[in-house]
Design a protein around this ligand. Structure first.
Ligand code: SF4
Ligand code: SF4
Ligand code: SF4
Length: 272
């Protein structure tokens, strides 16, 4: 029964947040929202324990589709980085600001880039593409992320500075256009670089938050050097090209780890 503790703990954490926010904010949405996410994550963990091959994908689809379709398209919340700037400038600590604070800014101090492995609706689609592991070593194009990050900030700032009206409507349209662009660029890059996660590695503006914060993550994959036979299988199956046998915080591509556990599943010596 001990092995079922992690999914149970995860469920308790999310249910505690769900009930606390529901009662303190007097809004039943929080009960539904955090219960749904908690159940999705716990189910993924449970399936992983049961050695189901697609456990991570189940959680990724459950959470990603919920965020994109329900919160985004149906409820009209811009959950992309532009939505974060928008709610931040309006001083509203709800929706995208809570989402960014929990999943992408402070949360990574605990669970690293778990968001990228288990919840992101962009990667949810990119992970269906054929290049699960890059065919060639990554390029030094990570600087592009700072341009997209700055562009998103400038775009929303300009709307505020110009006192543009109907901002809610514009932000909803920006959400639709932004997602279409992300998917189009993500799919083109995946085929061009023969790497499903090329968009994550070079373009995604959210990594400007995710990478430095995940550097200090409590949850990280470590290598038991006494068991490791240096066979290199872990590096061959890693979608993010992480040197997972190096336990230091400065390991190669360490802040790219999305906690997909492919290395752990494929290690013949249970060293990870
Ligand atoms: S890097 Fe960006 S696009 Fe990729 S999974 Fe993370 S948040 Fe999503
Ligand atoms: S797969 Fe396991 S044994 Fe092989 S190099 Fe990686 S950690 Fe070491
Ligand atoms: S394979 Fe291992 S090191 Fe690579 S991203 Fe997944 S969990 Fe991280």
């Amino acid at each position: 029964m001990k092995k079922y503790v992690p999914p149970l703990v995860m469920l308790i954490i999310f249910e505690t947040a769900a009930v606390t926010l529901w009662l303190t904010k007097d809004n039943i949405f929080y009960l539904f929202n955090f219960s749904y996410i908690g159940i999705s994550i716990s189910l993924g963990l449970f399936l992983f324990i049961k050695k189901y091959r697609y456990a991570r994908r189940v959680t990724q689809l459950l959470v990603g589709l919920y965020m994109l379709v329900y919160l985004g398209f149906i409820s009209g919340e811009n959950m992309q980085i532009e939505g974060f700037w928008y709610y931040l400038f309006t001083g509203v600590f709800e929706a995208a600001t809570i989402h960014y604070a929990v999943a992408k800014i402070f949360g990574p101090l605990i669970f690293g880039r778990g968001w990228c492995g288990y919840a992101c609706w962009t990667a949810m689609v990119l992970d269906f593409l054929p290049y699960k592991v890059p065919e060639k070593p990554g390029k030094k194009l990570g600087w592009i992320r700072y341009i997209t990050f700055a562009a998103s900030f400038i775009f929303v700032s300009a709307l505020f500075l110009a006192h543009v009206g109907n901002l809610e409507k514009i932000m909803f349209r920006a959400f639709i256009v932004g997602n279409v662009l992300y998917y189009a660029v993500g799919i083109i890059l995946a085929f061009a670089f023969k790497d499903n996660r090329a968009f994550c590695k070079y373009i995604c503006p959210v990594t400007v938050f995710l990478k430095p914060m995940s550097c200090f993550s409590l949850l990280r994959i470590k290598c038991d050097k006494a068991k490791c036979v240096s066979c290199g299988k872990c590096k061959k199956v890693c979608p993010m090209e992480v040197d997972v046998t190096d336990n230091s915080r400065r390991r190669k591509n360490g802040t790219e780890c999305i906690l997909c556990f492919e290395c752990v599943k494929n290690c013949p010596k249970d060293a990870l």
